[in-house]
Design a protein around this ligand. Sequence first.
Ligand code: T3D
Length: 265
Amino acid sequence: MTFKNILFEITEGVARLTLNRPDKLNSFTGEMHAELRDALDRIQEDKSVRVLVLTGAGRAFCAGQDLADPDMARTPSGGMPDIGNVVEKNYKPLVLRLQNLRVPTIAAVNGIAAGAGASVALACDLVVASKSASFLQAFSKIGLVPDTGGTWFLPQRVGMARAMGLALLADKLPAEKAAEWGLIWAAYDDAEFAAKVDAMAGQLASMPTKALVRTRQAMHAAAGHTLEQQLSFEGGFMRELGWSPDYAEGVAAFMEKRAPKFTGE
Ligand code: T3D
């Protein structure tokens, strides 16, 4: 399949997925969602992939739903469309796929991330941004709620007071403040952003992939568990990983005082 709305490449274990409608600030269309599903399927199938980098072309990361997309058009009788269906069909699967991907994910937020664009970034394991980027909960400006997991991710990351301020007031949050608040991992100078992202992707691509993904799963499961349940949950992953080739390699490399060579298995 040739992609029209995204760029997709796999190099040295790094899958790079670039939202590519720069003239419309990479806003999501139904067609772009279909291409994203296809690319994420390929990542699931291609065992050479060890990390995903999600970014945007041009000056934006993503401006959320394309408000002019046919999905948003009025019905033949002139009524408003059921945009709950768009959420079910496109956004919910996208967030769940990212959260269940078999490799760690990096959102490289190169410019503004608005609406569902901000939420999709937050659905990645590590979110880094260029200092000129910003995060905008655009939803209230058009009469909607933060979707695509926004009401889930925001209070978890920044606490209820800041989450409510961001969602209700819909002011731009500059990347540096987003990092200061703990919404994202780091904000880097624009000049060094690409190199920082490449280094982070390279680092993750050389690490024990399964352990990284089980770490994500354990972190996410914790909110729904008691401490006792979580201790057992962690124990299950430890048992599984303890039988993995990467664990054997990690311990052998430590004992032999050499760098480990992980395969992701
Ligand atoms: O189906 C569902 O609705 C469910 C899911 C909803 C999830 C959502 O994401 S709802 C929120 C949708 N997004 C927004 O409301 C954000 C709209 N965009 C903006 O507020 C601004 O564009 C930005 C603050 C992000 C950036 O402003 P600025 O001044 O840097 O750029 P601009 O001039 O507004 O935009 C540049 C072009 O991109 C412009 O096109 P033009 O006039 O040059 O042909 C603009 O219309 C287009 N664009 C930006 N965002 C969108 C968009 N076109 C369609 N949809 C957009 N979301």
